[in-house]
Design a binder for this molecule. Structure first.
Ligand SMILES: Cc1cc2nc3c(=O)[nH]c(=O)nc-3n(C[C@H](O)[C@H](O)[C@H](O)COP(=O)(O)OP(=O)(O)OC[C@H]3O[C@@H](n4cnc5c(N)ncnc54)[C@H](O)[C@@H]3O)c2cc1C
Length: 487
């Protein structure tokens, strides 16, 4: 599949030879297994077909690589942990994959200024561990944290489960170092909390999906550790009760650190597919909400909250994690959904967001559209038999207005037919999002998979400014061509 308008000025052999002269013989990979592994991400939809994989060790290496690719019009795909869910790191068109994996040093942990400085290839979990070691906390938290890298998190502006309390990646970033398309180094890697001296350019690169520059370093905020986290899993009969539970938390002035949900379909798939997963309830409920709170004082805030929610008829059952093993077990019921789905069947993913007060009206319209309620697998009345055969699996960071809608079919189903059926519903959902002023991507990004849909929730003017911005920073279009939009 061609995404690029570029006409390389050198052959692949010559390019590989030159790249080896920059990073060393063994750090440019061309073996077919390597090309396959590094040319794709979690989407697994596109056939990987990169030219080579190049693994720089320093910012200077990255600068030399980009200067060479720029001069010779070679497309470059930046690559982090490749856990992306929209084919942002996919290289399917002869690109040079630039992996930051060897740039994995934590450079400084400052427990006075509350910052951590790291190279882009550091895994998110390694940042969490480094903060923990000095008694502090790095709040970016996502189920892929063991594999994804801070560079990838910045490039996607990753959200995660703690966004409701601490914000997403953007809110954690104080400074970044970026290598631009022509190889020049833009040093914005400062640890300032306040800096109103002109435009804050770093924000352009956060969430730019590797299309404007390569993030090589970052200074990130650390926090004091949250004190006495409590976790409860609640059974909920109807979707409309979920935003109401959130309201009750706010009115009770509870410090909510995570507010997640999943449907019974998602729950059953985890129970069937994830080794060791157990439900804490005797009866399966249509919805579950996982609420984590910080309870710094001696008052049993979680118990009081649950009492209130039972009295108001907002929940039908609930259980509080009694120890750290149960804490992990309950979190596992939510965090293992993506992996369990991958084991369960073919999956097409949506990652939409809405204003919180629009969640319930949106879901009601969605159910009308589907001709079924979202927690059952009953046949649709509006679509085709092919659509009826899809399982709909909903979960997500509902406290942030973020719904992950997954269309699932057995692995044996013809993939093309499956994708076409899922697309039928997806398009209708995106039209609904236009009406509800939502977004087709809350946190995963656009990449290759959603670029044709950008127009549903971004205006033509916004997209035109995005194109102008891209042209300004990367006039030849060598950085991640074909991602977000075509030039
Ligand atoms: C099980 C699971 C759970 C997940 N949960 C969440 C979640 O809760 N919240 C969430 O937001 N996402 C989630 N994701 C998606 C994914 O983990 C995030 O998008 C993550 O930030 C991607 O990081 P990565 O290092 O894997 O990047 P990659 O997938 O390698 O790349 C992602 C994009 O960033 C670009 N890129 C990578 N590194 C750089 C760099 N140094 N400079 C410039 N561009 C770069 C790539 O070109 C690509 O466009 C989940 C994924 C999985 C598999």
């Amino acid at each position: 599949m061609t995404h690029s308008h570029l006409t390389p000025k050198v052959s692949a052999d010559i390019a590989v030879k030159h790249l080896r002269s920059i990073v060393g013989e063994s750090y440019v990979l061309t073996g077919s297994a390597d090309l396959k592994t590094w040319g794709t991400d979690w989407t697994k939809v596109y056939e990987p077909k990169p030219m080579c994989i190049v693994l720089p060790l320093t910012t200077t290496d990255v600068s030399k690589i980009l200067a060479y690719c720029h001069d010779n019009e070679l497309a470059v795909t930046p690559s982090g942990g490749r856990t992306g869910l929209c084919a942002g790191a996919v290289a399917s068109d002869g690109e040079v994959v630039l992996s930051l994996s060897r740039m994995s040093q934590i450079l400084n942990v400052d427990s006075t200024g509350l910052t951590i400085t790291a190279e882009a290839g550091v895994a998110t979990e390694a940042l969490q561990d480094a903060a923990k070691k000095v008694g502090l906390f790095f709040p970016l938290d996502l189920a892929s944290k063991g594999s994804c890298q801070i560079g990838g998190n910045i490039a996607t502006n990753a959200g995660g489960v703690k966004l409701i309390k601490y914000g997403g990646t953007r809110e954690q970033v104080l400074g970044i170092e970026v290598v631009l398309a022509n190889g020049s180094i833009l040093d914005m890697n400062v640890a300032l909390r306040k800096n109103n001296s002109g435009y804050d350019l770093k924000h352009l690169f956060i969430g730019s999906e590797g299309t404007l520059g390569i993030v090589t370093k970052a200074v990130l905020r650390l926090m004091p550790k949250p004190r006495n986290l409590q976790l409860a899993i609640m059974a909920v009969a109807t979707f409309e009760n979920i935003p109401k539970i959130l309201t009750e938390c706010s009115l009770a002035a509870i410090s909510v650190t995570a507010f997640e949900f999943f449907t019974q379909v998602a729950h059953k798939i985890v129970l069937a597919r994830f080794a060791g997963a157990r439900t804490p309830f005797a009866v399966i409920s249509p919805f579950y909400v996982l609420v984590e709170i910080e309870q710094p004082g001696s008052e049993p805030e979680m118990e009081s909250l649950l009492e209130k929610l039972f009295d108001a008829g907002l929940i039908t059952d609930a259980t509080i994690a009694a120890n750290s093993a149960q804490f992990r077990e309950f979190w596992g019921l939510r965090e293992n959904i993506t992996e369990s789905l991958a084991a369960h069947g073919q999956v097409r993913k949506n990652d939409i967001s809405l204003a919180i007060d629009q969640l319930d009206p949106f879901v009601k319209e969605l159910e009308k559209l589907l001709g079924r309620i979202i927690t059952t697998e009953a046949a649709s009345t509006v679509a085709s038999a092919a659509v009826d055969a899809l399982e709909l699996v909903l979960f997500g960071h509902i406290g942030d207005g973020n719904l992950h809608i997954n269309y699932v079919s057995p692995k044996e189903r013809n993939p093309k037919e499956f994708q076409a059926a899922a697309r039928l519903i997806e398009e209708e959902i995106f039209k609904l999002l236009t009406k509800f002023k939502g977004s087709i991507s809350a946190e995963h990004g656009i990449g290759l998979t959603k670029k044709k849909d950008l127009h549903f929730t971004r205006t033509a003017e916004e997209v035109a400014w995005m194109r102008q911005t891209k042209k300004m920073w990367d006039p030849k279009g060598i950085l991640n061509p074909g991602k977000i939009f075509d030039l």
